[in-house]
Design a protein around this ligand. Structure first.
Ligand SMILES: NC(=O)c1ccc[n+]([C@@H]2O[C@H](COP(=O)([O-])OP(=O)(O)OC[C@H]3O[C@@H](n4cnc5c(N)ncnc54)[C@H](O)[C@@H]3O)[C@@H](O)[C@H]2O)c1
Length: 466
């Protein structure tokens, strides 16, 4: 019985398009997706996809046994447990007398509060690196509005080249009032989409943890929010945001319609599923795959492929959940989740919902990973033009993104944990920026918060347990 399904799914992976017609009354709800679906350059991978055979995905087992001779090591390797001796070394140059590991990091400060938070995170990376025997070569490049002002484009090719040839990329944020009315191709946000596409980062990892120190910042009851520690793994380069056909038309009644296509090829599902299983393996070993397999064919294929990939991970407990139920469970009993894996559109919505459980946008990091090449690490917040240049920004989301860069981008678990512990220690000592301030704590600005984290990185106090 499996053979025909398997054959069908292969065939489907090249050609089948599942068309979801979104009639005009629904269009307003899709406006927020605009930045993801508007840029013409995003069409290219899709055209490639439908016009040439997609090579069989390289199984993770093969990757483990046959490290690819790429300039930068495979991001997926860095999701392997630290104990794995097959994990490739990311050491680009080292002398036999020195344990120092060297990495090239591209910094993209961007706009608004971006330069403020990136400058702080850079110092924290440097300090944690020096304690752990890591040396970073930083290269700062323009991106977003800053690049528009300088070069006329939101992502200069030099910036993309620098990013591609580095070991990891740390981005602040892009955008601002100044460029809001620009045409689409010269908007800062277009540069961000081009960067994600250029780096081929298909897996977006967004942790949402309620820190004990900030549990009161959550809008959920304390007993519901306390102890929440989950990770949403979102497919980032496929699905309805990229699927064709799409557009506006007229139906048989002469009424205007808008339509988009939800489409997934099996290799796209397999590779995101493997990232999610590997992530779960590094955490508590539980994976919940979220889909709408009771209605959508693309979700049926999704569920079938995730179930198949699960055979490679007998140590991981896999469950499936429909997206409507998942959105309820996230606010009812979020502690049940460890890792959630889902498609592009469900992930967009659920990761925002999950992040709000923590109560503060200034605290949340993210990582976007591809099969090869450097990962992209950035806070989930934007450029916050309302507080830019006032030393009011919370730098912790960017500092925690730097920790993700170490953990998921470079496989430097110890340095990552040093930073995470330093952040907790700083909060334990009562330091708060305005966005997370509550009575009885010490209000500080962006720079001072960074100084306090640096102190904690250095200090014995990093031994404070979570
Ligand atoms: N990845 C990105 O670079 C990214 C993401 C979202 C929005 N944007 C852009 O950012 C600009 C502003 O967008 P927005 O206002 O909708 O979202 P935003 O995240 O920039 O700001 C929302 C609110 O949160 C506050 N805030 C955000 N980050 C903070 C931090 N680190 N510390 C303290 N407070 C913080 C802001 O002051 C603001 O009140 C727009 O141009 C938008 O396109 C960029």
């Amino acid at each position: 019985m499996y053979a025909p399904i398997w054959a069908w799914s292969n065939w489907a992976s090249y050609r089948i398009l599942l068309i979801v017609f979104l009639v005009s009354p629904l269009r307003g709800g899709w406006r927020r997706l605009g930045p993801f679906i508007c840029h013409s350059s995003l069409v290219l991978p899709f055209l490639e996809f439908i016009s040439v055979p997609v090579p069989n995905p390289i199984p993770m087992a093969y990757l483990r046994m046959n490290p690819q001779p790429v300039k930068t090591s495979n991001s997926l390797f860095n999701l392997l447990p630290k104990r794995s001796s097959l994990r490739p070394a990311r050491v680009r140059c080292s002398s036999s007398s020195s344990p120092t590991r060297h990495y090239a990091i591209t910094l993209l400060p961007g706009d608004g509060i971006g330069p403020e938070v990136v400058s702080v995170a850079k110092k924290v990376l440097q300090r944690a690196g020096s304690v752990e025997g890591i040396h970073f070569d930083f290269q700062e490049m323009p991106m977003g509005g800053a690049a528009l002002d300088l070069t006329g484009v939101p992502l200069p090719k030099e910036t993309l080249e620098a990013a591609r040839s580095s070991d990891a990329v740390l981005l602040g944020a892009i955008g601002g009032y100044k460029w809001d009315k620009n045409e689409k191709h010269v908007k800062p946000e277009t540069g961000l989409l081009q960067l994600r596409e250029g780096l081929k980062v298909f897996a977006n990892l967004r942790p949402a943890s309620v820190l004990p120190q900030l549990v009161d910042a959550s809008t959920l009851k304390k007993e519901v929010a306390e102890g929440v520690d989950l990770m949403v793994v979102r497919e980032l380069t496929g699905g309805i945001y990229f699927g064709k056909p799409r557009g506006f038309s007229t139906n048989d009644n002469g009424e205007e319609i808008g339509f988009n296509t939800e489409v997934y090829a099996s290799h796209e599902i397999d590779r995101i599923a493997r990232v999610a299983f590997e992530t779960a393996r590094k955490r508590r070993g539980k994976l919940c795959s979220v889909d709408k397999a009771n209605v959508l064919e693309a979700s049926m294929l999704w569920r079938r492929r995730v179930t198949e990939i699960a055979l490679e991970y007998p140590d991981i407990e896999l469950t499936h959940m429909y997206v409507d139920n998942a959105s309820m469970q996230l606010v009812r009993f979020p502690k049940q989740f460890d890792v959630i894996v889902t498609n592009n559109i469900f992930g967009d919505i659920l990761s925002d919902e999950a992040s709000m459980i923590t109560g503060s946008i200034g605290m949340l990091p993210s990582a976007s990973l591809g099969e090869n090449g450097p990962g992209l690490f950035e806070p989930i917040h934007g450029s916050a033009p309302d507080i830019a240049g006032q030393d009011k920004a919370n730098p912790l989301a960017t500092i925690l993104s730097a920790a993700m860069l170490l953990k998921y981008g470079l496989g430097e678990q110890d340095a990552a944990e040093r930073i995470e512990t330093a952040v907790l220690n700083t909060l334990d000592r009562g330091f708060r920026t305005g966005d997370i301030y509550s009575d009885g704590n010490i209000m500080v600005g962006c720079t001072e918060m960074g100084e306090q984290v640096l102190r904690a990185v250095d200090s014995e106090a990093v031994a404070v347990s979570r």
